[in-house]
Design a protein around this ligand. Structure first.
Ligand code: ZN
Length: 508
């Protein structure tokens, strides 16, 4: 019996529990590869000597018909399935993290799945799932997959440093790439244009969002999965700010209005700090709205908005709209241009506490940067309540770090910050830290809140040299100073600090 009826789309509800009427496939009789099942919406239900029964979720294309007929060399009988049945079956079969997408009505017939691939693809779902799960469990921020001459290198960025976690045979890259594209709802045939998408995976009972970026490179594609929304925001006190810096930041957060800026290059932990600040402010009595790109942390009780440039929802546009929502506190992921800076400052002036980030190297530079963006110095002076600059450095592994005498050169460097230390620390690496000698990261930071003299200086000259001199005079500990204190205290190393902050030539 052939089944011409399935040329028409399957009516909803027509085939409830079809799967339960079929016995599981006998041992050794293999199911189709998962990528094929997802792409075509078809699974093998039963196979006899002359006949194969295939469940399908939609129209069967000529391509699928030919493919299966040639593959089996038998009569194929098609039985309609519901998409939900198939996706339930898939997730039961594939365990946790079966992917975000329930299979679409099948038969897209894109022709990308050749018979060879069909035969080789079987473990791909499990492979991709375990790559994602391993990355999430190891606390990575990003997972990188690159096809190279010696295979596909899978690397995780953990504590800011990339680490190769496994290598898979190069011939499996197309299948892995297709699987990721299917999960992210991308076009699996597209190999020439960059593509962006999202995947939601479930690990245990936690839902984790992955932002997918695929870019064609010579020899294949570079795939990067950014792990988002996994962690709750950290507590402000746990990030590594010094006592004085913490009390300054906490006093800023108690202000009813004004602008607070966190600065640093990409990857310096600005977003983590801002979210920790929100967590510290969040309560029943304040309305907090964030505009972010992307939303990286989930902060309970906070209204978080994702920008979407494609539909015109930029930081600036959203900010204008959000002001009508009667917020007390507004977080703007980043001030990128003059118009956004202008509205941010106006909002801070009209009774809102505005938190945001800027790309500057140090805290003092926020002042000239805002003025260079076209803002009036008097406005900056009256609205800017505080700024912090930060970097992230790796922390020495507490399990394997040991004290050692400080060398003469190191002691000269430490003296730049007025520190006299005879010993420093190093770590050899252990099982706990994966042999790296480091575990976790801490901020090194500098922070200030303008006083009257500084406000006057901003209005008069806003010259970076005089602002910096004034801040030094007031005892602001610089990024370098803070980093060297942490090196002397055995939290990190001078080399880690040197990677993030320029260390001037020390006098012999
Ligand atoms: Zn260790």
């Amino acid at each position: 019996m052939s089944a011409p009826a399935v040329n028409a789309p399957v009516a909803a509800g027509a085939a409830r529990d079809v799967l339960s009427r079929y016995a599981p496939l006998p041992e050794g009789d293999e199911q189709y590869p998962a990528a094929f099942i997802e792409a075509q919406g078809a699974i093998k239900l039963a196979e006899g000597p002359e006949r194969v029964t295939v469940g399908v979720t939609g129209k069967v294309t000529a391509l699928t018909r030919n493919l299966l007929r040639n593959y089996h060399g038998k009569v194929i009988e098609y039985v309609p399935l519901e998409g939900s049945e198939l996706s339930a079956w898939l997730s039961a079969k594939m365990g946790e993290a079966a992917g975000a997408r329930s299979p679409q009505a099948g038969g897209t017939g894109d022709g990308s799945l050749s018979l060879d691939r069909l035969a080789n693809d079987a473990p791909v779902i499990n492979l991709v799932n375990s790559i994602c799960i391993e990355g999430i469990r190891s606390g990575a921020s990003d997972i990188h997959l690159e096809a190279g001459p010696s295979g596909v290198r899978v690397r995780c960025r953990i504590d800011g440093a990339l680490r190769t976690v496994r290598t898979i045979p190069g011939e499996r890259f197309p299948a892995v790439s297709s699987r990721i594209k299917i999960m992210a709802n991308l076009n699996i045939l597209e190999r020439r244009q960059p593509q962006d998408g999202r995947i939601t995976v479930t690990v245990g009972d936690e839902r984790v969002e992955l932002r997918v970026s695929i870019v064609p490179v010579t020899g294949g594609e570079s795939i990067v999965l950014r792990i988002l929304g996994k962690r709750a925001a950290a507590a402000l006190g746990e990030l590594g700010f010094g006592e004085e810096q913490l009390s300054l930041l906490r006093s800023l957060l108690r202000l009813p209005h004004g602008l607070i800026l966190v600065t640093g290059p990409t990857g310096s932990g600005k977003t983590t700090t801002l979210n920790a600040m929100l967590e510290a402010i969040a309560s029943d009595t304040v309305k907090i709205i964030t505009i972010e790109d992307p939303v990286e942390f989930i902060v309970p009780g906070v209204n978080q908005i994702q920008t979407n440039e494609a539909i015109g929802l930029s930081f600036g546009t959203l900010l204008r709209r959000v002001l009508r929502q009667d917020p007390n506190v507004i977080l703007i992921g980043e001030i990128r241009d003059g118009p956004t800076a202008e509205i941010a400052l106006r909002s801070a002036l009209t009774g809102h506490l505005v938190l945001s980030t800027l790309h500057t190297n140090d805290a003092a530079s926020v002042i000239p940067r805002l003025i260079n963006m076209g803002l009036e110095p008097y406005l900056v002076a009256s609205v800017l309540k505080g700024a912090a600059a930060q970097r992230l450095v790796r922390k020495l592994c507490p399990r394997c770090k040991t004290a050692r005498p400080a060398e003469a050169g190191e002691r000269r460097i430490l003296r730049l910050a007025g520190i006299e230390a005879r010993q420093l620390w190093h770590s050899s690496g252990c099982a706990e830290c994966g042999g790296t000698g480091f575990a976790g990261r801490t901020v090194i930071a500098e922070a200030f809140a303008p006083d009257q003299a500084l406000e006057e200086s901003i209005m008069k000259s806003w010259n970076i040299t005089s602002i910096t001199a004034l801040l030094r005079e007031r005892g602001m500990r610089s990024l370098l100073h803070d980093g060297l204190m942490k090196a002397a205290g055995g939290i990190t190393t001078i080399a880690e600090v040197e990677r993030e902050v320029l260390i001037p030539e020390a006098e012999a």
